[in-house]
Design a protein around this ligand. Structure first.
Ligand code: ATP
Ligand code: MG
Length: 412
């Protein structure tokens, strides 16, 4: 008798999702199809972890089923006929429906050739046993576990295991995925899997930069990405991506500190700036162009190293605030933050933080309009006076609006 997870489904799925998958199972049965919940959400049901990616696989035609479901609800439907996949988007969650498929890898690292298949085909193409379990959703078998590759047992023993010996050769992004799940869950690579991972590491060279970047970005979205990076270094994976990348204890320290200051929205980019901190500019250019990072990220990473190369200017004690401002205001906040976190010079550190916490927000009380009203003719003059006002304010030489007006009258 196979295990039945109806109790967990009822306990962990939000009620509207539970209602929807019950209906989906009924509709599938009416169409003569078999419907399953698969992948990470099944794994996380066992672990009692939240997961809002609901992946369903249909033996039959996922698009027919999705259309039928969309008709009876307020869901928005998107369809990819070529892949036999569709997505139902509800206000609070979304549901991916895919036609079961089999995959053939023509050569290492290439995207696979895909054709329709059954559930077994669809499960064996997956990355790890713990991600390759399915739950039957048709009414007669609702909640029944289908576990063809010992996923349940590996969860029990906390192991990350590939499904066949050629797995990393077919798709070397799985090397990065294995490390990510291992570190997220506090599991271990199963012995044979670790052996193959070490053996096939160079297959990362067969993967496009875009796909590697995607996996690296997934790592950086983890709760404590430094864990996976440290492990990647220890295994020699990080140096496959770039020989100078380091994931050691120092990086871990800066990552922890980054989480305390970083804005959630730009935290991943700040992590990237810290990751490349020990690269030279040439190595960084190679790394960023190979992985094809966004323009924003490239700029932040590049500026991080440009600023690092200029930090000696911040080494002298007794700089005036306006000097610090002049040296730093051309750099993006991320580049300055990265240097504040990673620089080993205590003096520079102090100035970088002074800029980040205070100086960058300083503005004169008078603006261009005020100056015009005071009779200063429009033109470059205005900009010059404003920058003098800023400088004197930074250095604490003016305080009130009156002080600024006096200075303007003196300058004109
Ligand atoms: P997460 O919690 O990280 O989102 P997930 O299991 O939902 O975990 P996804 O990246 O959303 O992971 O992928 C969904 C499923 O697709 C996985 O569970 C896995 O079965 C499969 N999968 C994803 N990437 C690969 C890959 N490179 N090779 C094989 N299977 C993959
Ligand atoms: Mg997912």
């Amino acid at each position: 008798m196979s295990e039945n997870l109806s109790p967990q489904l009822e306990k962990y799925l939000p009620p509207p999702v539970l209602a929807l998958i019950i209906i989906s199972g009924q509709e599938a049965a009416q169409l003569g199809q078999e419907l399953y919940m698969v992948g990470g959400v099944v794994r996380d049901l066992f672990l009692g972890r939240a997961n809002f990616d609901y992946d369903l696989v249909v033996e039959g035609n996922a698009i027919d089923l999705a259309r039928k479901l969309a008709k009876n609800s307020r869901a928005k439907l998107t369809v990819h006929t070529r892949f036999g996949t569709s997505k139902l988007i509800y206000p609070e969650f979304s549901l991916d429906l895919a036609t079961a498929r089999s995959e053939i890898y023509s050569r290492p690292g290439a995207l696979p050739t895909v054709k329709p298949g059954n559930l077994k085909d669809d499960l064996i193409r997956r990355d790890f046993s713990i991600n390759a379990m399915a739950l039957h959703l048709n009414p007669q078998r609702f909640g029944e576990l289908i576990d063809l590759y010992q996923g349940r047992n590996d969860l029990e023993h906390q192991l990350i295991r590939i499904l066949h010996p050629k797995s990393f050769i077919d798709d070397a992004t799985r090397i990065l995925r294995a490390i990510r799940y291992e570190q997220r869950l506090g599991f271990k690579l199963e012995a044979e899997t670790e052996k193959l991972l070490r053996h096939d590491m160079s297959m990362l060279n067969t993967i496009s930069g875009d796909r590697i970047r995607h996996e690296l970005e997934l790592i950086l979205k983890e709760y404590e990405p430094e864990r996976a990076l440290r492990r990647a270094e220890a295994l020699g994976v990080l140096s496959q991506l770039n020989p100078s990348l380091k994931g050691n204890g120092l990086l871990a320290k800066t990552f922890v500190a980054a989480r305390q200051i970083g804005k959630r929205t730009s935290l991943s980019t700040l992590y990237l700036c810290l990751l490349i901190y020990n690269l030279n500019e040439k190595e960084n250019e190679e790394f960023t162009s190979h992985l094809n990072f966004s323009k924003n990220s490239v700029q932040a990473m590049r500026q991080t190293l440009q600023l690092k190369a200029q930090l000696h200017n911040l080494e002298s004690p007794g700089l005036k605030p306006s000097d610090v401002y002049r040296l730093l205001h051309g750099y993006s906040a991320l580049a300055i933050q990265a240097n504040a976190l990673a620089s080993e010079s205590p003096i520079a550190h102090q100035y970088l933080n002074l800029y980040l916490n205070k100086l960058r927000y300083v503005k004169p009380l008078l603006n261009g309009e005020d100056l015009k009203k005071m009779g200063i003719p429009p033109g470059p003059n205005i900009g010059e006076i404003l920058s003098i006002l800023l400088k004197t304010r930074l250095d604490g030489e003016v305080r009130t609006r009156k002080d600024e007006e006096k200075l303007v009258n003196h300058l004109r």
